[in-house]
Design a binder for this molecule. Structure first.
Ligand code: SAH
Length: 565
């Protein structure tokens, strides 16, 4: 897995100039600025601690423009947990100091040197091995994997104690390191893909130069692959990718096996025998062995999995929530970060940004939903990672149903093979209700008042029955220029079953700039108080209102229901 671009976190306008200089080094990095203190950041955050911890847990490299102590104290509670350890650096506001703090094995010193060079200062490198040899032996470049970290640490401390070292195998990057090389040394760095029990005096580094081609029919795939690797004396750490036939793309055993091996899963077509499949898919010369269910292709140099075959395409239909970034679920943020293509109504696509230069945005009119859904499948079927954006929740009067309808209507196997996921969001009714208190705290009914996709007679019938059933009501799409009279009629129907004092909540642009929340009553509500950006919540017979200490009111519907009408 490649790491996301670093996050540059700033607390005040004073550090923006330094932040921008650093951003020039990493064009995909976003500047995160504290709300109301920083102008012109790419992302705003409200709470420094929560933001830093979230970035850390998502394995995002962090460049914090503040005191090292603040960063240490903030991340300290997370450090005992095993898991992600992205590079973390503190940089002085004025750019005069660059301090790598965490992520020694994730390349923090490399980052620190790059940033320090751009700021024309020296990085505060404190890692002895790094200082002595100019590189971290335990963090080989991509395409190579370290055998064992604990043994590696011993090895480096022996070297630091003054021992010399031999290099066996091809390790081009070590040529630049200032290692005390000696052909007769006791210590050896051994680079190779053969399975090997490390000797006490050896640092094993595996080139990732092996492709495993597998047929989806293999029983107990993970174990079978490991057994076959062992038979062929190939180290599991040297596996660069798992390769399978395109027609087997949706097979979950393949996905699990790749996940367990920790390698990308790629697909190729044009051959039935797995050995041939690998030979056709890999451009460089490889030697191939194995049988008709599991074959190995071994190259001289590390393989670049991304240049071999293609991945299974992915389509995620995501909900942004009402608008505010902190109400977006983390899975949705991660999905946006991995997307190649983003499709949706322009307003929502813009709300989902900012995006990197390599991400393709496809903005369309709000009404072209089926066309958008089909376009999303076309892109995903090519192996791309595609996101379709909805506001709120994608399953509530939004794109998820349109995407499933498009798939249901299609007989294209490539569409059905796409890895499809629906990721939820906070729907407008829930976001509005939360701000007002708990007006939907008991049974409630959610309706769209739009008669674009359903006959008005159905809407009237449902309104009548839901009002009769004394459900609290949440109206989406309450009114628009092309549907001017419908809301008035809907309120007439509700009023036949509810008292004029029934509380009504109007939430407009909730979670977005300029949001408003109004509490009124059914008797006072008129359609001109409502527009298409408004959520209308109508209480049931038990919904009540009481003053808040700050001058507003709380609205809630009790959880119980006794003998009230
Ligand atoms: N999928 C969305 C709803 C889309 S229908 C969701 O789950 O929220 C669009 C309607 O939702 C609008 O007409 C409005 O009634 C309501 N809506 C969407 N976002 C809103 C917001 N931020 N504030 C208030 N109402 C909103």
């Amino acid at each position: 897995m490649t790491r996301p671009a670093p996050a540059i976190v700033v607390l005040g306008n004073g550090s923006l100039a330094t932040a921008r200089k650093i951003q020039q080094l990493f064009p995909d990095a976003l500047i995160h600025g504290l709300t109301e203190r920083v102008e012109g950041a790419d992302r705003v955050y409200h709470e420094f601690g929560a933001t830093l911890r979230e970035l850390y847990q998502q394995d995002t490299p962090i460049i914090a423009l503040c005191a090292a102590g603040i960063v240490i104290r903030t991340l300290a509670p997370l450090l005992l947990e095993k898991g992600a350890e992205p590079p973390v650096l503190a940089v002085a506001e004025d750019g005069s100091a660059v301090v790598p703090l965490l992520g020694g094995l994730g390349g923090v010193n490399v980052l620190a040197r790059e940033i320090a060079a751009a700021l024309e200062v020296a990085a505060a490198i404190t890692t002895s091995g790094e200082l002595r040899f100019g590189t971290c032996l335990l963090n080989p470049p991509s395409g190579f994997a370290l055998g064992d970290l604990e043994l590696g640490k011993r090895f480096v401390s022996d070297l630091l104690a003054g021992e010399t070292v031999r290099i066996e195998g091809s390790a081009p990057w070590l040529a630049q390191a200032q290692l005390p090389e000696d052909p007769s040394a006791r210590l050896a760095v051994h680079v190779g893909h053969a399975e090997r029990t490390p000797a006490a005096n050896e640092l094993l580094i595996y080139p990732r130069n092996v492709a495993v081609a597998v047929s989806a029919g293999v029983v107990d795939m993970q174990q079978s692959i490991r057994d076959a690797l062992h038979r062929e004396k190939i180290a599991v750490q040297s596996v660069a990718l798992l390769l399978a036939a395109e027609r087997e793309m949706a097979n979950p055993a393949l996905r699990e096996a790749a996940l367990e091996l920790g390698v990308p899963l790629r697909f190729a077509s044009g051959a039935d025998a797995v050995g041939e499949l690998a030979r056709n898919a890999i451009a460089e010369p490889v030697s191939i062995f194995g049988d008709e269910t599991i074959a190995f292709a071994v190259a001289e140099q590390p393989l670049d999995p991304l240049s071999i075959g293609r991945p299974r395409g992915r389509l995620a239909v995501i909900g942004l929530g009402p608008g505010a970034a902190e109400l977006m679920v983390p899975a949705v943020k991660a999905e946006l970060a991995r997307a190649n293509d983003v499709l949706g109504y322009e307003t929502y696509v813009r709300m989902a940004g900012p995006f990197r230069a390599d991400q393709v945005l496809h903005c369309t009119d709000n009404r072209e939903e089926m066309q958008r859904a089909r376009h999303a499948f076309e892109l995903a079927a090519q192996g791309r990672s595609v996101v379709v954006v909805s506001s709120g929740d994608p399953g509530v009067f939004a794109m998820a149903a349109a995407v499933l309808e498009a798939l249901h209507e299609s007989s294209d196997a490539a569409w059905h093979n796409v890895d499809l996921d629906i990721l939820p969001g906070v729907s407008a009714s829930l976001a509005t209700a939360a701000q007002a208190g708990a007006p939907l705290g008991h049974d409630f009914c959610v309706m769209s008042l739009s008669d674009n996709l359903k006959p008005w007679s159905i809407i009237e019938k449902r309104l009548d029955l839901a009002a009769q059933a004394d459900l609290a009501l949440a109206f989406y799409n309450p009114i628009s220029r092309s549907r001017p009279w419908q809301l008035g009629r809907a309120l007439e129907i509700v009023a036949q079953h509810r008292l004029p004092e029934t509380p009504v909540v109007l939430g407009r642009d909730i979670g977005r700039p300029g949001q408003t929340l109004r509490v009124t009553t059914l008797g006072q509500l008129t359609p001109d108080q409502v527009d298409m950006r408004t959520m209308v919540l109508v209480g049931s017979s038990t919904t009540c209102v009481f003053p808040r200490v700050d001058g507003g009111v709380w609205v809630y519907t009790p959880r119980w229901y006794d003998n009230k009408p």
